[in-house]
Design a protein around this ligand. Sequence first.
Ligand code: ZN
Length: 471
Amino acid sequence: MFSKIPNIQEFNFVNQSSTLKPTTSTTMKKKLLLLPLLTLSIGTTSLAQETPGNNTLNSEMTHRTCGTEVPGAEWDAWFNEQVELYKQSPNKVQQDFVIPVIIHLVHGGQAVGTFPNISYAQLNSQIAVLNADYGGTGFNVANVPAAFSSLVSNTNVKFCMALKDPQGATLAEPGVERINYSTKGWANPTAATTSTAFTTYMNGTVKPATIWDPTRYMNIWVCDRNSATQLLGYATFPAGSTLSGMSGTGTATTDGFWSWAKSFGNTGTLDPTYNKGRTATHEIGHWLGLRHVWGDANCATDYCNDTPPAQTSNFGCPTFPYNSGTCSGNTTGEMTMNFMDYTDDPCMYMFTPDQRTRIQTAMTNGTYRKLLGTHGLCTVVGIESTNFTESEISIFPVPSQGTVSVKTELASACDLQFTLVNSLGQQVFQRNEKNMQNNTLQLNLSTYEKGFYFLKINAGNKTTVKKIMLD
Ligand SMILES: [Zn+2]
């Protein structure tokens, strides 16, 4: 007989001296009524000057544009406050975040591989680009000028194609859902001839009908669009505040990023100027809380001290040093190779440490960011399973009201060390449990501040990190 007898243990840490600082409100507010249908600023206000690059030949685009709505001052104030809280932590969380991606590919009934129903190879190529770009190892990063070489940053964010749909079924094509607009009764996306009409169509029709739970998946929509829109992509900024007046942020029905199919990935049917996957890198930068490096006004701030002030957006492929001294305080030239400028795909290749801080802040505070990677939807190395598999050690429920269960199903008994770390990277407690195999541990965390925590579980050279959300 080898029937497993669950061994329920409980540990309660109410006497543990808490070093927790007050955490921000984590109330999940669904701003269903704030759909930005009429407030889209398509980024043209600050584009008074145009400096065409030399790579635009044969491109359908005059130059890069970005349809992401510039967030309001209220969002800036709220997010910047979260950034400061994150920066005050002396021991920040160093774990990678792994974001499960679902790509909703909207097509018109073409065979798979025929534009706009682009191939899996093209869709999947975008994931590798994102992991390189967000890891500081992307295409052309070796071209970074010496003045900025110490600033190339690994953001510690990774991406993976989701393996399962919301019902738990394995996806035939990991991370991809193909949707025929005509069988849905929708117009062809190319029927919209202005950027506003297009984003209204996406936000009002396609996204609400197709979005998967944005607390579990990063939603990406890919389709063709009318060249008159001059759109490459647009994204939503991270929501997370219950304060009023926020604009530019995603909702339960709109959160995510849309890309033109000809600027998605780096292999397949691509526009010759936007063929390195940097539309997604740029737009997901917004999705992770980054502003344009020129601050969307002349010599304005992007709230990052390590990106030099820039007069306006730059196009094409400027030669460094470029516009040195044009803005007060700029002694190096502008960082036109930053992903948050408007340069051509081959000519943008870096994020900075301050941008990394904003990205990490978004991942720890965003309503639709902070639980990403906790649902066993990825298999890549990272936060979900660096060694123990999801079936070996699982944690539930997520989110929790106070009691968190840790279930182990191990092939052989081993001694485990549990370390709970708060969202600022501070250790809350550490505890050893001997002879663990088929057990369920119950952690009573009801006396702790609401928010999210990391539970690190170690056994010799095997380890895993689980995210815990106290709601
Ligand atoms: Zn942008």
